[in-house]
Design a protein around this ligand. Structure first.
Ligand SMILES: NC(=O)c1ccc[n+]([C@@H]2O[C@H](COP(=O)([O-])OP(=O)(O)OC[C@H]3O[C@@H](n4cnc5c(N)ncnc54)[C@H](OP(=O)(O)O)[C@@H]3O)[C@@H](O)[C@H]2O)c1
Length: 291
C-alpha cells in the first residue's frame, strides 16, 4: 500500500456535505487497519478549487487521493499531469491519484461503476434499447461507457430538459467515441419507453418528494429495468411507478459502491476482497437508510 501515515483522502465539490463516500471509504480503511482518513473538502468556487489544486502539488501535502463531484468533474482537467484514456474519452474525472512526486492523474469511475452494477443486476446490455433522461455529468459518463462496449446496446435515446445540452454532450463525446447509436429527442414521449429495455434517470429529479415525474408512468412496463442514479430517497417516484408496473428497478447505491471500490483500487493498487467490499456496502446501505 502507498499510505504513509497520516494519509488523507477525500472528496472535493460543492456541496459535499451529504456525500456517502466518507462512510464507505473510512469503513474500508478501518477494516484494513490502514492509517488513513477520508474527508470532505467543500470548495465554494473556482478560486478555491485553484488554490486547493495548486496546494496538492506541494511536497508535504498528505492528500494521496480524491473523488471529485459536482460541479468540478471537468474543471479539474487543466490541473492534471495525466489522464486515464477512458476519462479522457468521457471528458470528465471523478477520481484523482496523487503520487509521491505529487503528480496528479485523473480517472473516471462513474461509468465503470454503473456497468459493474448492471452486471451485478444480471442485466445483459447487448442489443438492448436504452432510454436516458438527462444530459449532465452522470449521463456523459454512462452514455460514454455504453457506446464503448464491444457488445453494447442497439440504440440509446436521450431526452434532456435543455435539448442543446444533450446535443452538446453527444457532439463532445462523439469526437472520441462512436455515438452513432445515440439519438437526441425533443420530448419525453419520443423516448418510446414502451419499447425500451432500460430506462435510466440521470437527472436530479426525484431527490425531492415534490419533484414531478419526467415521463408518463403508463409507458413503463414489466419487461424493462428502470434505473435511477439517485439513491436518496432509495425509491424515487419513478422507481415507485416502475415497481407498480412490475418493472425491475434499481437505485444508484450500487453504482456509488462500485465507483468507490474502483477509486480505492486506483489509490492503493489493492484489489479489495469480498469481506471488505461487504463492509463498505453495508456501511453505505446503513447510512443511506439513516439519511
Ligand atoms: N449513483 C451514483 O454513483 C451517482 C454518481 C454521480 C451522480 N449521481 C446523481 O446523479 C444526479 C445528476 O448528477 P449530475 O452530476 O449528472 O448533475 P448535472 O451535471 O448537474 O446534471 C443535471 C441534469 O439534470 C437535469 N435537470 C436538473 N433540473 C431539472 C429539472 N427541474 N427538470 C428536468 N431536468 C432537470 C439537467 O438538465 P438541464 O441540462 O436542462 O439543466 C441535467 O441534465 C444527481 O442526483 C447525483 O446525486 C449519482
Amino acid at each position: 500500500m502507498i499510505y504513509e501515515p497520516p494519509a488523507i483522502y477525500g472528496i472535493i465539490g460543492n456541496p459535499v456535505a451529504h456525500s456517502l463516500s466518507p462512510v464507505m471509504q473510512n469503513a474500508a480503511f478501518k477494516a484494513l487497519e490502514v492509517n488513513a482518513v477520508y474527508k470532505l473538502f467543500p470548495l465554494v468556487d473556482q478560486e478555491e478549487l485553484k488554490l486547493f489544486m495548486e496546494d496538492l502539488k506541494e511536497e508535504n501535502n498528505p492528500i494521496f487521493g480524491l473523488n471529485v463531484t459536482v460541479p468540478y468533474k471537468e474543471d479539474v482537467l487543466p490541473y492534471l499531469d495525466s489522464i486515464d484514456p477512458l476519462a479522457e474519452k468521457i471528458g470528465a474525472v471523478n477520481t484523482l491519484v496523487i503520487d509521491h512526486q505529487r503528480k496528479i492523474r485523473g480517472f473516471n469511475t462513474d461509468g465503470p461503476g454503473f456497468l459493474s452494477h448492471l452486471t451485478e443486476l444480471n442485466f445483459d446490455i447487448k442489443d438492448k434499447r436504452v432510454a436516458v433522461l438527462g444530459a449532465g455529468g452522470t449521463a456523459r459518463a454512462i452514455i460514454s461507457v455504453l457506446c464503448l462496449l464491444p457488445q453494447g446496446p442497439e440504440r440509446i435515446t436521450l431526452y434532456n430538459r435543455t435539448r442543446s445540452n444533450a446535443e452538446t454532450l453527444v457532439e463532445e463525446i462523439g469526437k472520441k467515441i462512436n455515438t452513432k447509436m445515440v439519438t437526441v429527442v425533443d420530448e419525453p414521449e419520443d423516448l418510446n419507453i414502451e419499447l425500451a429495455d432500460l430506462l435510466i434517470n440521470t437527472t436530479n429529479i426525484g431527490m425531492n418528494a415534490a419533484d414531478p415525474l419526467l415521463i408518463d408512468p403508463a409507458s413503463l412496463h414489466k419487461d424493462m429495468l428502470v434505473y435511477d442514479v439517485i439513491y436518496n430517497p432509495a425509491e424515487t417516484k419513478l422507481l415507485e411507478q416502475a415497481r407498480l408496473k412490475k418493472a425491475a428497478t434499481a437505485n444508484g447505491l450500487g453504482m456509488l459502491f462500485f465507483q468507490g471500490v474502483l477509486a480505492f483500487w486506483h489509490w492503493s493498487d489493492v484489489e479489495l476482497d469480498e469481506r471488505i467490499k461487504k463492509i463498505m456496502r453495508n456501511s453505505l446501505e446503513k447510512a443511506s437508510h439513516g439519511s
